[in-house]
Design a protein around this ligand. Sequence first.
Ligand SMILES: [Fe+2]
Length: 423
Amino acid sequence: MKLRLKVYLASVYLLFITILFLSYDGINPQQIIAMSGFILLATIFNIDVIRDLQSNLGYIIILPFLVPAIVYLEPFYAVLFISVTLLFIYHKHIWFKKFYNISIFGLSAYVTVLIFNYFFTNINATVIFTPSFFVLLLFLTFLNTILNNIFVFTVVSLEKGKFEINGFIGLVSTTKAAFITVFLGLINVVLFYYTNIVGVALFTFLIFFAKPALQYRQIFDNELSTYTNFILHVLKQMDPITYSHSERVKFWTVLLAKKMGLPTSEVRQLSQAASWHDIGKIEVPLEIISKPGRLTDEEYQIIKTHPEKGYELVKDMHFFKKFLPVIRYHHERIDGKGYPLGLKREQIPLHARIVTITDAFDAMTADRSYRTGMPMKDAVEELIRHSGTQFDEEIVKIFIEALQDEYGKNYEKFDKEFIMSIR
Ligand SMILES: [Fe+2]
């Protein structure tokens, strides 16, 4: 360790111990009880297992407890609160790192408490609801965060022997986190005033269990896109024809769904469903899928099994529940002559009726190795010709409007190269 760094660490430690001694003002049982409550709650809130459950945060969550500690604890007990809590939270760190963290958090807390006490000495029901009280606490929270970051920045820069810009990036993410958690701290200030530590404890446990529940949606979406990307990557390697077809169908589906005015969440769901609509083709021999020209009757029968095969493949996977109608029914026809079940009109789910159109549209317009796709104008005429028999006429109308909005009345602005580059 560099000498400069050693001197710096030693002075921070010394400063911390000095303020701890200087601020000591005798034993106060009430303060000890409140402080112990805060220590216990803050430690539990930051236990590794629970932090994993909450989400993988790189930082500790201390503000919900530090904010009421600033308000209700005397400087000595506030500093002691943060020190003991960090001692528990950082129990795995090596001693000088642990002690450095404790010292800097302790020093920042000390400064914050002093400023707070300068403005408010008497806490009562009127004071805690005044705007100035609220603004001061907000300001002190940010001051506290900035002070901590300056300390971290200094030690990292000294360690590396150069100005460490990453220290500032850390400031952005911790300030963002502070902004979210400071409000929990303000609620705890009010709860502590009326119910003492009991209300704070109840509220903490409520947040504890509510947070993973609230984050469930986000975790679910992340997992889904991870699975999606993984399987689509495999599909891309194994069957690039089906893969790029699906990506183009996704493109057309989004264009159509937006024109239909579907809510954003549904557009998103449909676009994912479009990616997956032909997943059953992984069970169809590649020679049949990539065969140039006409298929024999027997080959066609095999191809026709793909919606049902796709459905069987993913039907038990929770993540795909919402895509099942598209996977299974995108080859049904309005007149009931489609497959696999021969459903009619509204019996066919809306999402499937949408993808039936975009799927056929791509099949007609896209270039294949052995043939060039139809001009867009001709493909649109095909859609119109089969409206009310193969396709839902209302949706076809909207699709044509969407295409004309995008590419002009005669589709003259359409760039074939662009669509074929989607893969
Ligand atoms: Fe299909």
